[in-house]
Design a protein around this ligand. Structure first.
Ligand SMILES: *Cc1c(COP(=O)(O)O)cnc(C)c1O
Length: 812
């Protein structure tokens, strides 16, 4: 069991013990400016100031980092290793400063030099080493593990180029490379001594019944560490990112001398590409061989590092599960099972069955999706080419798994149709498998792994996702955070259930007014940035209605924009009616090869062009789509939103975390019964949530009905008018056929049931507008949302992982 600790006490001790005075902080910063950056205050640019400031803040992270590391060794504690191909971190300066209790002093000292912190901080590039929710979850979990005092390492890849940058040309998405390492990364500690060779390809030889793998090429994985400080500065963990390095001794001089220059430089070429770029596709597997190699590179380097650390203090590898827990964030690192078995058997002479048992006790697997296109499968041919020894191990595991199923006529297999199923592999090599919301876990048990579930009852557990309240409330929404602290006192930041103390204030007119003012401030902060950065001016007096997330058909941005067109048509029919002014905000990137998602982006931008330039409706309806949605934009946008669009086809969103960030910041949700929406609604109360749409079960039934899309369209004059307008080229006067494919889908297939849910969505949007016209009622609902969102702190999720999966205790 994890120990609980008193968050308030934690905050006071650190504030009293280690917070520097402004004079001390100022001196430390000026020292870095002079001796690290090499500038005087008179010459320093914003970049120079940011570097000096970051190094100063980083210095304060080092002491808790050292002491946490030392204590973990001294007390011989169990450690958690979180393996993830993605960490969508965003900026670190303000986050670290808040957790170290340095934000106020930092802002004050900068002001003494006539500098605004916001201006200095705005120069920091986002660490965008992830696509969306899965990578952001890993970042929230790292921060919560540090806050909870859970000894842990995050392991990932140090991509030279993170997620691509997005801009629009004539409404179409254009991708350009992201370059976060173009200037110094002040958070990075290079660890050249922590380097491991990772092998690829080659042959297997039989030697006395044992398999000997001679890889064709080897690449060196070299570590870069970033300290991750928990809130209150009591504990810090390490994020260790691997960079691929060609190494002099890996260069094959024999082959080179024999004239085979290409083969000789193969390791160098592979090394250059392995950690070069993040795959921009968060649901499909992408460019096969390189992707598999990246996954293995991360996993092998991490597992070698884990064993090295364990063996530095222990000698009995069979006790590994007492001291090591490895969590696989989705199947991307699922080769960890075979890799750990390989190292135990081939390098440490453990017998095969014991190695399997040991690996399984150490490993946990988090499933993030049911989408069939996202369940990784590698062809046996590719596996044999890249990882021949691992394929051999998987074949043995497959044989054992079939045997476990006894006489089953059609046993589930790890290898079928000449493909290795990484989900099934991850399941069989883990002692716990978790879904990420109650509904999703139910579907994981019933739809995805029913056979596994029967063979291993109790292996599947649910751990509903959460988000860190430090970044997503205290940092992102300073005006609301200050109001909360003024009302219920400090300490809610690491004890989020305390927000419940706000409930009675929903009935307090003075508090409601104060909440209204804080929302207004967040809107001004967002619109100020939008005007400065993108030249987009927005009215302050409007309902801000936001859908920001990756572009995917199942998330149904299409439903939202089609409704927006319907709304525009209605206003035009009756411009004098009592309309609630709305700003429709969209944000998000589409995978570069995802044609339909890109077409939907273009449609949104085309609609924006027409609607925003319509003098009849301009004051009542705007559509904005600021390009390049990422963590830093989310931090400005989410606090400004009144309405959160969480409208995926039921059964398709595993959890969502955007939904949590919005509700925590006092936006009301319009949503389906999907993912964590179900639990958010239960927590905030059905009367404080705008529900619509088919349930998961009804989705299944509707899809089975022949001609459901046509039937739904025939039943909705409103939606037919919308499609008609698109077909007539209202939004693409230069190309009437631009959306033919999209319209064809709407009429004839509509897998995501946009038409089926349209009328009910329209009804719910009507309720939203009615409710917003009564500010008192709206604010009451919004306050109750905030007060009841404590459950969705990632601290709660981490506490559950610690007790239900990792069996590890807090060191605090
Ligand atoms: C939270 C977050 C996500 C996940 O959003 P969903 O609505 O849950 O899909 C994606 N991208 C960024 C930048 C985020 O901050």
């Amino acid at each position: 069991m994890s120990q609980s600790f008193d968050a308030r006490q934690l905050r006071e001790t650190t504030a009293a013990e280690s917070a520097p005075t402004p004079a001390q902080f100022r001196q430390a910063m000026l020292r870095h400016l002079q001796y690290t950056v090499g500038k005087s205050p008179q010459q320093a640019s914003l970049f120079d100031w940011r570097m000096a400031l970051s190094h100063t803040v980083r210095d304060y992270a080092v002491d808790p980092w050292f002491s946490a590391t030392r204590r973990t060794w001294d007390e011989d504690r169990k450690r958690v290793y979180y393996l993830s191909m993605e960490f969508l971190i965003g900026r670190l300066l303000e986050d670290q400063a808040i957790n170290l209790g340095l934000r106020d002093v930092m802002v004050q000292v900068l002001a003494e030099f006539g500098l605004s912190f916001d201006e200095v901080a705005e120069g920091e590039p986002d660490a965008a080493l992830g696509n969306g929710g899965l990578g952001r979850l890993a970042a929230c979990y790292l921060e919560s593990m540090a806050t909870m005092g859970c000894p842990a390492y995050g392991y990932g890849l140090r991509y030279e180029h993170g997620l691509f940058r997005q801009h629009f040309e004539n409404g179409r998405q254009i991708e350009t490379p992201e370059n976060w390492l173009a200037t110094d990364n002040p958070w990075d500690f290079t660890r050249p001594e922590a380097a491991y060779p990772v092998g690829f390809g080659g042959e297997l030889h039989d030697h006395d019944g044992a398999s000997i793998w001679s890889p064709r090429s080897k690449v060196l994985a070299s570590a870069h560490d970033t300290p991750v400080v928990g809130y209150g500065g009591q504990w810090a963990n390490t994020l260790r990112l691997w960079a691929a390095m060609p190494s002099a001794d890996l260069f094959n001089l024999d082959r080179f001398n024999a004239g085979d220059f290409a083969a000789a430089s193969e390791p160098e070429a592979l090394a250059r590409s392995l950690s070069r770029v993040l795959y921009p596709n968060d649901t499909t597997e992408g460019g096969k061989e390189l992707r598999l190699s990246q996954e293995y590179f991360l996993t092998s380097a991490s597992v070698q590092d884990i064993l090295r650390r364990y063996l530095a203090a222990h000698d009995d590898l069979l006790k590994l599960p007492e001291f090591v827990a490895i969590q696989m964030n989705d199947t991307h690192p699922a080769i960890a099972g075979p890799e750990l078995i390989r190292l135990l058997v081939d390098e440490h002479a453990v017998d095969f069955d014991t190695a399997v048992e040991t690996a399984t006790s150490v490993l946990g697997y988090t499933n993030h999706t049911l989408l069939p296109e996202a369940l990784e499968r590698w062809s046996v041919g590719l596996m044999r080419k890249v990882l021949p020894r691992h394929l051999q191990i998987i074949e043995t595991l497959d044989t054992q798994f079939i045997a476990l199923q006894g006489q089953a006529p059609n046993p589930v297999r790890l290898i079928s149709n000449d493909q290795v199923s990484m989900g099934d592999l991850a399941f069989t090599t883990s002692h716990k498998v978790n879904g990420v919301s109650a509904l999703h876990t139910e579907l994981v048990s019933q739809e995805l792994f029913p056979v596994h579930n029967e063979l291993h009852p109790g292996r599947i557990v649910n751990i509903t996702n959460g988000v860190t309240p430090r970044r997503w409330l205290k940092l992102a929404n300073p005006s609301l955070a200050a109001l909360i602290t003024d009302t219920i006192g400090a300490g809610w930041e690491s004890d989020l259930e305390r927000l419940r103390e706000l409930e009675p204030y929903a009935e307090d007119p003075a508090f409601r007014d104060a909440f209204g003012r804080s929302k207004r401030q967040a809107k001004e902060h967002f619109t100020g940035w939008l005007a400065a950065e993108h030249g987009i001016e927005l009215p302050a007096e409007a309902l801000y209605d936001a859908q920001v997330k990756r572009l995917h058909e199942y998330k149904r941005q299409l439903l939202n924009i089609l409704w927006t067109i319907a709304h525009w048509q209605r206003i035009k029919r009756d411009p004098q009616a009592n309309w609630v002014p709305r700003v429709k905000i969209f944000g998000g990137k589409a995978a570069p090869s995802y044609h339909m998602a890109k077409l939907i982006i273009q449609l949104i931008n085309d609609v924006a062009e027409v609607v925003n330039n319509d003098p009849e409706t301009r004051h009542l309806l705007r559509v904005v789509y600021p390009p390049n949605y990422g963590v830093s934009m989310a931090e400005k946008l989410i606090p400004a939103a009144d309405l959160s669009e969480q409208i995926s086809t039921a059964g398709m969103e595993a959890s969502g975390t955007g939904n949590m960030k919005f509700a925590l910041n006092g936006a009301l949700t319009i949503g389906t019964l999907d993912g964590a929406n179900v639990e958010i609604r239960e927590h905030v109360g059905a009367e404080n949530f705008f529900l619509f749409g088919l349930t998961t079960e009804q989705v299944g039934e509707r899809r089975a009905q022949q001609g459901h899309s046509r039937a739904a369209l025939e039943a909705s004059q409103t939606l037919r008018d919308v499609l008609q307008a698109i077909a007539e080229g209202t939004f693409s006067p230069e190309d009437h056929h631009r959306y033919d494919g999209l319209l064809e889908t709407m009429w004839n297939s509509d897998w995501f049931l946009v038409a089926s849910d349209f009328e009910d969505y329209d009804r719910a949007q009507g309720e939203v507008a009615d409710c917003y016209s009564d500010p008192e009622k709206w604010q009451r609902m919004a306050i109750l949302n905030i007060a009841r969102m404590g459950y969705f702190s990632s601290d709660r999720s981490i506490r559950e992982y610690m007790s239900q999966i990792w069996d590890v205790e807090s060191a605090l």
